[in-house]
Design a protein around this ligand. Sequence first.
Ligand SMILES: [Zn+2]
Length: 229
Amino acid sequence: MEEKIVIDNIVIDVERKSIKNMYIRVYPPDGKVKMTVPKHCRIDNVKMFACSRISWINKQRAIMISSPIKAEPQYVSGEFHYLWGKKYIFEHIEGISNRVDIEADRIILQTKNGASREERERIMNQWYRQLLKAAIPDALGECAKIVGRSPKEWYVKNMRTRWGTCNPSKKRIWLNLQLVKKKPECLDYVITHELVHLYVRKHDDKFKAYMDRFYPDWRRVKKLLNEEL
Ligand SMILES: [Zn+2]
């Protein structure tokens, strides 16, 4: 029978064993907490022990949950990766082909012949690019309908500093590959922004007035877009 307790909103699995003392473990990558306790230990005592260690538990969890995000991704199991604003646990497995699958809350990258970090990144970005490119025509169609302008051409590019760019004279827009990791409303916002450049080049009051008209919620989404994942 599986026992669980909840302390400070953290679900802790409790396992009973023939031991004398209690133990708490926090597991990577998602900070799952497990307690091992003596067979006949009263649940009140288990809870009390967990309570007395709660600051240690929280600290361990904070380290595990935050550190893989800030560092450059290595595309190794246990990292967190995002798709459309949703957080997934990344898993890298060695198999017979290069492919990416989603299973529940996991993104599973399968590679063959011991892929290097660069290779893993390339395969992941290829997958992300496909998903973004598949989503753009609908989003672009919707936004173009609202804005009343549409581009002649659009491209996806992995950019460091900008979410999108527009060349108004050529009616060409570029969208950042990283948008695939953000909520879909972020894609709509960036597309709308670039399409408004087909009316106004600068980010002046006129530009903002267009944004207010075509995407009234743009300030909130802009903020959301620039939040750290
Ligand atoms: Zn702009």
